[in-house]
Write a protein that binds this ligand. Structure first.
Ligand code: HAM
Length: 403
């Protein structure tokens, strides 16, 4: 028997109902915020992710599904959606247009991580990317959008925010941090020691408890922001207060992807175990330029669909459509023609085997149909159909032609 690969899953019927409910809700919210749908390839040049997500990030160094294709090109299954959307934005020359552009997308992402509950090697994200708006109002709007999606899905969350500064305040802070980290390096783990030289900011979100206690007194970027970043961060927190969206400022929130500046945020849930991040995002004002596009400010987020599957409160199931069944073989074809007609406007399921009454009623119940329509010997002779409304249990017999 051939099973799916480790860390990859089939989406079976019951789960697909939840999955579709999540993306339909997210699509609906995205449209209300003026976003349009975009789809980009799953396979991209490896360079795209090295340059955007970051050469020294865990995703690029350890987790990429990277290989040479038959033409010898170095390619990679996308580990996230932002890089591809930015590439498409530049490839289609949308960066040359003066209008602001907003895109939503969903699809599979691939990261060769150690699988565990909530952590898969193939998982799905719903994401949004907004291009051309430098105002912190857009950061607020994007955060509002994620919280609206979670509210509409009935999911509780904690919101963590931070500012990663800009090209003015980040470099001097980085130098300060390197000096601090070098002084305590003997007390930090191997990974942190490596990162001091490659990506010192990532040391701040090391999961090792000993490292975290050593980092308590590290310099905090939030206290060293330039005037513009500080004012934007203040505006963001004031707006969140006014909108009554609760948040925690987490000075160690740096995100696992290197393209962020200014606002960074994560939505976490304490109901799903260790892999608690259910969405993440932030501002990435330099990425378009970095991938050879025209300088364009941008902000966005992505939600991990598998992580919220179990948290979603599903709307009550409604019975819908018709179940058609015959109790004499001669009636089956009559029902097939009726089905084709009824499908112009609604959902119809036909049982091809002629069966007894009880067996049909079980089938009708399982199919979640609203009406059961049966033809037995009497009905066939009289040119009628027996109908039962499976919600209010009313039943009657009507002439076939009136259907
Ligand atoms: P990210 O934080 O790497 O951000 O991923 C977003 C979400 O994807 C996470 O919060 C989590 O729910 C889900 N996720 C990540 N890895 C896995 C995994 N191995 N298994 C299951 N779920 C996972 C990004 O990917 C950015 N592109 C978000 C963004 C968009 N930033 C700006 N625009």
């Amino acid at each position: 028997m051939i099973n799916p690969l480790r860390g990859m899953k089939d989406l079976t019927f019951e789960e697909s109902i939840r999955f579709n409910h999540i993306i339909q809700t997210a699509f609906s919210v995205a449209k209300r915020y003026g976003y349009g749908y975009i789809e980009t390839p799953i396979l991209e040049e490896t360079t795209l992710f090295k340059r955007s997500v970051g050469d020294s990030s865990d995703i690029v160094t350890k987790e990429m599904y990277q290989f040479k294709d038959k033409g010898g090109n170095d390619v990679c299954m996308r580990p996230e959606g932002t890089a591809g959307v930015v590439r498409a934005f530049i490839s289609s020359k949308l960066d040359r247009q003066p209008v602001k552009q907003k895109f939503y997308y969903y699809g599979p992402m691939f990261r060769y991580e150690r699988p565990q509950k909530g952590r898969l090697r193939e998982f799905h994200q719903f994401g949004c990317e907004s291009f051309g708006e430098a105002s912190v109002y857009e950061d607020f709007t994007v955060i509002t959008m994620v919280s609206q999606i979670f509210n509409e899905l009935g999911i509780g969350f904690d919101l963590q925010i931070n500012s990663l500064g800009c090209s003015e305040c980040m470099p001097p802070y980085r130098e300060n941090l390197i000096t601090f980290l070098t002084e305590i390096k003997n007390d930090l783990c191997e990974d942190c020691n490596r990162r001091i030289g490659t990506n010192p900011i990532r040391v701040l979100d090391c999961k090792n408890e000993k490292c975290q206690s050593e980092l308590k007194h590290s310099p905090k970027l939030i206290h060293n922001l330039c005037e513009s970043c500080e004012s934007d961060f203040k505006k963001l927190t004031t707006l969140l207060d006014k909108a009554e969206i609760a948040y925690i400022i987490d000075t160690n929130l740096v995100r696992g992807l290197d393209y962020y500046n200014k606002t960074a945020f994560e939505f976490v849930s304490n109901e799903i175990g260790a892999q608690s991040a259910i969405a993440g995002g932030g501002r990435y004002d330099k990425l378009v330029e970095f991938l050879d596009g025209k300088p364009t400010p941008a902000v966005g987020f992505a939600i991990g669909i598998e992580r919220i599957m179990e948290l979603v409160k599903m709307p009550e199931e409604t019975k819908e459509g018709y179940y058609l069944g015959a109790m004499v073989p001669e009636a089956v074809e009559k029902l097939l023609l009726l089905a084709a007609n009824k499908r112009q406007s609604g959902k119809v399921m036909v049982e091809y085997a002629s069966k007894g009454f009880k067996s049909h009623m079980k089938g009708a119940d399982k199919s979640h149909a609203r009406y059961a329509l049966l033809i037995g010997e009497d009905e066939l002779q009289n040119g009628t159909v027996w109908i039962k409304n499976l919600e209010n249990k009313e039943e009657k017999t009507v002439p076939f032609d009136t259907l």
